[in-house]
Design a protein around this ligand. Structure first.
Ligand SMILES: *Cc1c(COP(=O)(O)O)cnc(C)c1O
Length: 716
């Protein structure tokens, strides 16, 4: 980190090489002020930005923009952060000592400049790392490096989604090759029946946390295998199982090679369920244990988070694929593939049952959890057959509700405003309820004004993205003029953005198009709605929904009031959650395990209007947002969809719109603002990834690491 007296140029580069910068508003502003236009064009990538300046040019820019003291201050703060021993974990989780928790995930959404995520699961993993870093929790993370990332979404003239894959080059990113203590590049080998796959790894620094991304695009591999980790969720079942042995087995080997002896192994979703197998093999080799003893010891250190409330959503492999890829390790474990395959089956002897990653993860874990209270209930029901001797409530799957990383998602303007009424150092304690006790003393007028400012920024951001598309498609002047006029800062602005998975029902609100039109066309109480989201490349249904919405945005009556923004990513998500009045969420209950985007909206004073599913089922208290419908679920999906479509319209027409447009003599919607405040006060601490990581540490990690907390039942 430090030469004795680094130059300004060196300090800027040091800051750019650790993603810590991305959740420090004042460091973001330093990079932006160097060249605001390029900063936007380069997708907020400081490595690319700094690369455009020669050292003396940088010095000159810094002098011109009076950046010196800001850079010095930021650099000093970063060093203090990296070295601090006064963290939550130093006080509460000392039992770890030098043995970190190892966090495995197939995707990580740390920042828009690192396209290693497709949606909520990845962003959650990114937020987990950032909070672990802020809390001082010793944690090391493992994932895969997708050199083509997840795709960028372009929407063509007909409204059909086109996918564009870019080639992510390591020299454009703040990553470096992982090396052994002796300086050699760390390379791991994973065996299959048809020969080995080799992987090296990229190290990404996320504050204090190191993230290692395995990459098989190296010359030791066949041309075909080199493409194995090219794309996130690309390819067939064979690609999938090969990715998963690299992630799990390769990841565990990598940690061992780098000298890590994790106290806890945390599998974020079933993709990494092979990891325990390699740790078992290692214990057998190093300590001469039998398979059963090593299994008992290793699974006592593992915890598993399941994310998928539908049976079909879990990775399953037939015996042929399983044998080809797990045969070698099964032999090393001394149980052979026929013995090992049973660990991925509910009924080990049932030769017709495919091998399931989730089942393996459960069988290798001491702690398991869903990601919201309701999802815990659903998961216990779904997996009850794994514990036939338990009643459903006793099934040892608990829940830890997801949360979001406040410094990453809260607008800097709001952060400044909140600082006036919250205790000193409040950001560091934002995951604690008492931090927010005084929030209601915030000035109504200032809260509303700041929110209005962020809404205007959102509108500018959206117009900018639309103009980019217009240029690409070579649209005419009248279209460009229309874009420059679209969206009204005084209209009630509803946001709907998420992956276009069918269960999320992006088109639910369009089911009764006449009533929807009435709402949008009301001149006295104008309403507008922003859509964004990617459909999985293979999901034709999702793409059709997207196209329907696009077609609507082109109709004269809806133009400029219903808007579809292409290429939903962390950057667009940030603008949306900070600028909307209302966040609409209408999944088919209970398929949204948690959902997190609405939690980002909470931080910024937007209100949720949501089906009582996922996190919202436990968050909604009657006055901190709006509920759509009730808890009732109809077995017939069509009936349920109709019922929910009606309920959305009712919630908007009868509650949301009237409250929003009810103004006092100063033009302030005081009842609305009081709901905004209540939303922040009751939820910002709770649906916060600091609280989430503290829960993981105290409810799962400490038990797995042999600590003293034991709240959930242990299971065999
Ligand atoms: C937060 C986030 C998500 C998750 O949204 P859900 O509410 O879980 O659907 C997906 N994509 C991006 C880019 C996000 O920032």
């Amino acid at each position: 980190m430090s030469t004795a007296n680094p130059t300004l140029h060196e300090k800027l580069w040091s800051l750019a090489r650790n993603f810590w910068w991305c959740w420090q508003p004042e460091v973001v502003e330093i990079f932006r002020d160097l060249d605001p236009v390029r900063w936007e064009q380069l997708d907020h990538n400081p490595v690319l930005l700094l690369d455009e300046f020669a050292p003396e040019e940088l010095e000159q820019r810094a002098r011109l923009e009076l950046l010196h003291s800001r850079v010095n201050y930021a650099y000093r703060r970063w060093q203090e952060y990296m070295e601090s021993r006064e963290t939550w974990a130093d006080e509460e989780a000392g039992v770890f000592g030098n043995y970190p928790a190892a966090y495995f995930s197939a995707e990580f959404g740390v920042h828009e400049s690192l396209p290693n995520y497709s949606g909520g699961l990845g962003v959650l993993a990114g937020d987990h790392l950032k909070s672990a870093s802020d809390l001082g929790l010793p944690l090391v993370a493992v994932g895969l490096f997708y050199h083509e990332g997840y795709f960028s979404q372009l929407i063509d003239e007909t409204g059909w989604q086109q996918e564009v894959y870019s080639h992510v080059r390591n020299e454009q990113l703040p990553i470096r090759i992982a090396r052994l203590a002796n300086g050699e590049v760390a390379v791991v080998r994973v065996d299959t029946r048809h020969g080995p796959i080799y992987a090296q790894a990229w190290q990404v620094d996320v504050g204090r946390v190191k993230l290692f991304l395995l990459d098989v695009n190296i010359e030791q591999n066949s041309p075909e295998d080199r493409k194995l980790t090219a794309r996130l969720y690309g390819g067939d079942q064979r690609t999938r199982i090969r990715q998963e042995i690299v992630l799990g087995i390769g990841g565990a080997k990598l940690l061992t090679a780098l000298g890590y002896r994790p106290a806890v192994v945390h599998m974020n979703e079933g993709h990494s369920a092979f990891a325990p197998l390699e740790f078992i093999r290692l214990r057998m080799e190093e300590e001469g244990l039998t398979f059963n003893d090593a299994l008992r010891e290793v699974s006592a250190t593992c915890c598993f988070t399941t994310h998928t409330p539908v049976p079909a959503g879990h990775d399953r492999f037939d015996y042929g694929l399983f044998e080809e890829h797990l045969g070698p390790i099964a032999d090393q474990l001394g149980i052979g593939p026929v013995g090992l395959v049973g660990m991925g089956r509910i009924d080990p002897q049932n030769a017709h049952e495919p091998f399931c990653m989730t089942v393996l993860a459960f069988k290798c874990s001491r702690r398991a959890n869903g990601v919201s209270n309701l999802h815990g209930v659903v998961s216990r029901r779904m997996w009850a057959s794994l514990w036939p001797w338990c009643s459903e409530e006793k099934v040892p799957i608990g829940h830890i509700t997801n949360g979001v990383h406040l410094p990453s998602w809260l607008a800097p303007q709001m952060r400044q405003l909140y600082s006036r009424v919250l205790p000193a150092n409040w950001v560091k304690h934002s995951g604690e309820q008492k931090t927010w006790a005084n929030f209601d003393s915030l000035s109504d007028g200032e809260f509303w004004e700041t929110h209005g400012l962020l809404k205007i920024r959102l509108i500018a951001f959206v117009r900018d993205r639309m103009l980019r598309r217009a240029k690409r498609l070579d649209l005419g002047e009248s279209e460009i003029a229309a874009i420059n006029q679209c969206l009204d800062p005084n209209a009630l602005t509803i946001g709907f953005a998420r992956r276009f998975a069918p269960y999320k029902r992006a088109d639910l609100i369009l089911r009764d198009i006449e009533r929807f039109a009435e709402m949008v066309h009301d001149a006295k109480r104008p309403v507008q709605i922003l859509f964004a989201g990617k459909s999985h490349p293979a999901d034709q249904n999702g793409k059709s929904i997207l196209q329907r919405i696009y077609k609507l945005t082109e109709e004269p009556g809806f133009r400029g009031r219903v808007v579809l923004v292409e290429d939903y990513d962390i950057n667009l998500a940030r603008a949306l959650v900070q600028g909307v009045d209302v966040w609409l969420n209408n999944p088919r209950r209970p398929l949204e395990a948690s959902g997190t985007s609405g939690q980002k909206v909470v931080l910024n004073g937007g209100l949720n209007c949501s089906i009582l599913d996922g996190w919202w089922a436990e968050a909604y208290d009657g006055l901190n947002g709006f509920a759509i419908g009730t808890n009732r679920v109809h077995a017939n999906q069509e009936i349920q969809d109709d019922r929910d479509a009606k309920a959305v319209m009712e919630a908007l027409r009868d509650e949301v719109i009237p409250l929003y447009f009810e103004r006092d003599q100063d033009g302030l919607p005081t009842a609305w603002i009081s709901r905004m405040k209540r939303s922040v006060r009751t939820m910002a601490w709770k649906f916060n990834s600091d609280r989430m990581v503290m829960d993981y540490a105290t409810k799962s990690y400490l038990t797995c690491a042999g600590g003293t907390y034991a709240e959930m039942d242990r299971f065999a």
